[in-house]
Design a protein around this ligand. Structure first.
Ligand code: FAD
Length: 698
């Protein structure tokens, strides 16, 4: 008999975030002002679990579990009103303020308790833990992987469908470049759901019952977790702030003729939006290498930088170069002129901070390489570019961990793109990515060499591997970073730590985070954001073979089959014309993309390639090799034309480096318009023929 434990989370309704949701004084988001809802992907996970149960010849109970404040019971009642048999609320003040580490840990302990208390006969009973892949508020994508690590279970991440064959569940899951069908080698197991759009309806009677049902409530003592709340967390949020305004023009064009002209002009004005690195100077300088102890330009927040700027100006006015020479009258003068800006306590801490020079962390900056079909994933090269920047600032080296079967031929390209050392582990069992086996290999290498920073790509692979490795090695992890910089918090004596900035709340806010209580700082970084370096064939470095034990028992998934894009595509073309699911069928897709490509090719004398969204590929409109985006190819053409593509984050990640983005969509509120330079609202069936004709005219 199999039971189904569904993890659900109550989240703020991000559609309701307005500028008023931010504290005007601090710029912090006031979460209490927002209404709450069940996290959309957790609702989908509940439907997924229900589907599994309907396929199960011997189904057990469906148990919904949430951790949160007492009001989180609302999401449990949502589950009870649909398909859950029981609901457990894990609530305790001490659990509050937790990061993913200190969320996964108590949830795993609660799951152990469920297995202990609620399953009568553990010999004959198994269970699945099902969760949404992601939540809109924090980065809960890490939580299920970390639960799997704590409970030593297989994990199937990014599932989109399930079937039952040969007495086992077969899960279809998203992977880079395609999809895969897998089964778990053993149970219990964790499954994260990336997409399962089947609405579960309720009835009035069921809602009434759910509203009166007694919930099981546990507190921290009931579960005896080993890491809870702020104290057990391994990361700390330093600042939450509104996201920067988009650099895209977001200009609506009303007329097809004008739109055609914009295509022509944008192509000619090539270079305007190009993102280039302006300087080769390290972005950060270690205190010991600065001209003066008073140079504190690299504090982690604007507020700290300003406070130090004021202090240093005052010290210079008093002709002080050595903070030890600050006398009481000078302190009084600084305080008097600062008004409310600086307190006595803050001044003492800042003066003390001026003596801090020793970096908090030691070791190299590492990247975990990702590869498919004997090719390094482009995101790995981008991370090496970033790691190079960080390592140069920290005056240390760049290492890359490369594990897999027969992967040595790829090692040289990692060195040519900026690595000093490649730590190589090859094994026949690592032919395909298996979360547990790869976790074991990567964690062992990291443990042996102890770098200070480890970066992973925020791809379906990196986003499973990184949380498992970080949990195993007791390290903090920040997911999906869009900025990584070295900073100081001199006041606390914290020098040269990694400030990790990432979007949160569905991209409505940004959060800057640092690692705490960890020997190694870890982050996954969003593909397409960091800049890769030009390959330098003359660059030299070391390949360091690593030896460790791996056996069949380290593999947790059976790969039943996989579908990967074959064929050829020229995504280096100057113009990419992409189509989405909004096009009504394969034939229309082929005709519309071909006609527009031809017209542009002729008019601009440019190379044009056809791209597609993942949804269009899944509809069978075009072969997988044409997919653009996070799990397809990241492109950077002069012009990117998106036809009937909604602008999901996973698509936009792959086109962010395009010089000009143009969109055509019938929905005036299509999200893609917020990230396009020019757009036109209308049906492509009407617009494309007119556009083709106009481009054909002289
Ligand atoms: C882990 C993960 C990885 C992913 N990786 C990728 C990836 O690499 N690439 C990717 O693209 N997606 C990826 N996705 C999927 C992504 O989340 C979206 O589901 C997908 O991009 C949607 O594709 P779409 O915009 O074509 O379809 P939809 O979201 O269905 O949008 C169709 C659009 O067409 C418009 N439309 C409809 N009819 C017309 C018409 N007649 N004329 C004009 N406009 C019309 C609609 O208004 C709508 O905006 C990934 C998802 C996950 C979970």
């Amino acid at each position: 008999m199999s039971h189904y434990i569904v993890l659900v989370k109550q989240v703020p309704d991000v559609t309701k975030i307005t500028d008023n949701a931010f504290d005007p004084e601090t710029g912090n988001l006031m979460r209490g002002t927002l209404p709450t809802v069940i996290n959309e992907l957790d609702a989908q996970a509940l439907a997924f679990a229900d589907r599994m149960r309907s396929l199960d010849p011997n189904p057990g109970q469906m148990i919904a579990l949430t951790m949160g404040p007492p009001m989180a019971e609302e999401v449990l009642r949502y589950c009870l009103a649909r398909v859950a048999d029981q609901a457990i609320l894990l609530t305790d003040r001490i659990l509050g303020g937790a990061d993913t580490w200190a969320t996964a840990n108590p949830l795993a302990f609660a799951i152990r308790k469920i297995a202990r208390d609620r399953m009568q006969n553990p010999e004959d009973e198994d269970y699945f833990i099902i969760a949404g892949m992601q939540s809109v508020d924090g980065d809960t994508a890490q939580v299920p992987a970390q639960i799997a690590e704590e409970l030593e279970m297989p994990i199937v991440a990014y599932a989109t469908d399930v079937a039952r064959e040969n007495n086992r569940f077969h899960f279809t899951r998203i992977i880079s470049g395609g999809s895969q069908v897998v089964a778990c080698k053993k149970l219990p197991a964790v499954v994260t759901v990336a997409k399962y759009e089947h609405t579960l309806f309720t009835t009035f009677a069921k809602m009434r019952r759910a509203n009166h049902a007694e919930l099981i409530t546990w507190n921290a003592d009931d579960i005896q977790a080993s890491a809870v709340g702020v104290k057990g967390s391994k990361t700390r949020v330093i600042r939450v702030f509104p996201p920067p305004k988009t650099s895209r023009k977001c200009r609506e064009i009303k007329d097809v003729q004008e739109f055609a002209q914009v295509i022509i002009d944008s192509y000619k004005n090539n270079g305007e939006n190009a993102i280039t690195k302006t300087s080769n100077q390290p972005e950060y300088i270690l205190p010991a290498k600065r001209n003066s102890l008073l140079d504190r330009r690299f504090e982690g927040t604007i507020k700290e930088n300003e406070a130090y700027k004021y202090l240093v100006e005052m010290l210079q006015k008093h002709d002080i170069q050595d903070p030890a020479k600050v006398t009481q009258p000078i302190k009084e003068d600084i305080l008097a002129k600062a008004g409310k800006k600086v307190t006595v306590h803050a001044l003492e801490a800042m003066l003390q901070g001026l003596h801090a020079v020793e970096p908090m962390y030691q070791g190299d900056v590492w990247v975990v390489a990702e590869h498919e079909q004997k090719q390094i994933n482009p995101a790995t090269y981008e991370l090496i570019g970033k790691a190079r920047d960080l390592a140069d600032s920290l005056e240390t080296q760049v290492g890359v961990v490369l594990v897999g079967k027969n992967v040595e031929p790829m090692a040289q390209s990692l060195i040519q793109s900026g690595a000093d050392n490649v730590y190589l582990f090859e094994h026949d069992l690592l032919e395909e990515f298996d979360p547990k086996a790869y976790r074991k290999a990567v964690a062992e290498v990291i443990k042996t060499y102890q770098p200070q920073i480890v970066l992973y790509a925020a791809t379906p692979q990196g986003r499973v591997l990184a949380p498992m490795v970080s949990y195993r090695l007791n390290c903090g992890l920040t997911a999906d970073c869009t900025s990584l910089q070295i900073h100081d918090n001199s006041r606390k004596g914290e020098i040269a730590f990694l400030l990790q900035t990432r979007p949160a709340l569905g991209g409505n806010v940004m959060a800057s985070i640092c690692t705490k209580d960890s020997r190694i700082q870890m982050a996954t970084a969003r593909p397409g954001v960091m800049k890769r370096l030009d390959m330098d064939e003359k660059r030299t470095g070391k390949i360091i073979p690593v030896s460790l034990q791996l056996s069949e028992s380290d593999i947790c998934l059976d790969i039943i089959r996989q579908e990967l894009g074959g064929g050829e595509v020229n995504f280096d073309a100057d113009v990419i014309v992409s189509g989405g699911r909004g096009i009504s069928g394969r034939e229309d897709f082929q005709i519309l993309t071909r006609n527009l490509s031809e017209a542009i090719r002729k008019r601009l004398d440019a190379d044009v390639e056809i791209g597609a969204s993942r949804a269009a590929v899944e509809q069978g409109y075009i072969e997988r090799i044409h997919q653009v985006g996070q799990t397809g190819t990241a492109v950077k053409p002069r012009l990117y034309l998106a036809m009937a593509i909604s602008g999901a984050i996973q698509h936009m990640i792959g086109v962010a480096n395009s010089e000009t983005i143009l969109a055509i969509n019938s929905d005036p509120h299509a999200p893609i318009f917020r990230n396009a330079d020019y757009y036109i609202v209308g049906n492509i069936e009407n617009i494309i023929p007119q556009l083709v004709q106009t481009l054909g005219e002289n």
